[in-house]
Design a protein around this ligand. Structure first.
Ligand code: GLN
Length: 304
């Protein structure tokens, strides 16, 4: 299997380098709009502990919404099922930063992966502490999961989003109006923007994703039942309004971010991270999705 993984991702990376239609980089966060779209990287780490990389694997990228998976794990660890009073578990069928649904549904976000839902889970992790402490816990979780202390927040990206975060401010204030925010909106959002600005390589992300790989044993970080449930949420909600299409094409639980990264889990077998900055219309990496579709097909990896 090992040889076929390496040759498969080598072929994919070579093909992706040549592609002209690469999607659009996220323009609403100016620091992300400057990223060169001609980049592509993929890393696979297996349950046996082997790692395989291809492409621009030494370049760090902005994890953005992929960090919502780690924050969810921490929020569930702190609050257990109480969290579900504040946020739902249903696919949204709307854009990741949609406001209209939040208004219709009285300030309870559809799921923890749309922005409003992630603002709630970040608020839960913050729990009256200084943002610095909550961020130390979130970054600490990612480092522990990856077993790599060289993972940091890119302050420029955080500030760039803070300066252009009107939509997220609207969502946070809306949550507050519905009594679904425990900390000041500015404080929760500052924490949220910094969490989204965690930067890592595909190798680091694939390693960090291992805690979701084994639903039989769980991991040092989360219990087996939580691993199963988090994977279920990633499959149904991890790609926003493109979650159904992603499940159809790739067949694996996964979480995307507007930095162009995707973390995908092959339960019991592998954790995969892919990165290409250009996005499709739902805000998911265009070539990243194509790469995962091909890898899953060639390796016959699917949860179905
Ligand atoms: N920080 C981004 C935002 O709040 C994350 C969105 C994403 O990656 N889909 O808009």
């Amino acid at each position: 299997m090992d040889q076929s993984i390496q040759s498969c991702i080598d072929h994919i990376a070579k093909d992706m380098r040549r592609r002209e239609d690469r999607g659009q980089v996220a323009a609403y966060i100016p620091e992300l709009a400057r990223v060169d779209p001609n980049q592509f990287a993929i890393s696979v780490t297996t349950a046996h502990g082997d790692c395989f990389d291809a492409g621009d694997v030494h370049t760090g990228f902005s994890a953005q919404s992929i960090t919502k998976v780690f924050t969810l794990a921490i929020a569930l660890g702190r609050s257990g099922d109480q969290l579900w009073h504040r946020v739902g578990k249903e696919p949204s069928g709307n854009a990741f930063n949609s406001i209209v649904q939040l208004e219709k549904e009285n300030g309870r976000p559809r799921n923890p992966f749309v922005n409003a839902g992630a603002i709630v889970t970040t608020d839960e992790v913050l729990a009256g502490r200084a943002p610095k402490q909550a961020l130390a816990e979130i970054v600490g979780f990612v480092r522990a999961a990856a077993e790599d202390s060289d993972i940091h927040i890119n302050e420029n990206v955080a500030q760039s989003e803070l300066a252009h975060g009107d939509r997220n401010f609207a969502l946070a204030h809306f949550l507050a109006a519905h009594d679904n925010l425990r900390n000041a909106p500015e404080m929760t959002l500052g924490t949220y923007f910094h969490q989204c600005a965690i930067e890592l390589t595909t190798r680091q992300l694939a390693l960090a994703g291992r805690f979701l790989m084994n639903a039989k044993t769980g991991s040092k970080l989360v219990s087996p039942s939580r691993v199963r449930r988090m994977n279920a949420l990633m499959l149904t909600c991890g790609h926003y309004d493109g979650s159904g299409d992603f499940a159809y094409r790739v067949g694996l639980p996964a979480k995307s971010g507007v930095g162009g990264g995707i973390l995908a889990i092959v339960p019991g077998i592998a954790s995969i991270a892919v990165w290409s900055p250009g996005l499709d219309r739902n805000g998911n990496s265009k070539l990243g999705t194509e790469a995962l579709e091909r890898l899953a097909h060639e390796m016959e990896w699917s949860v179905f």
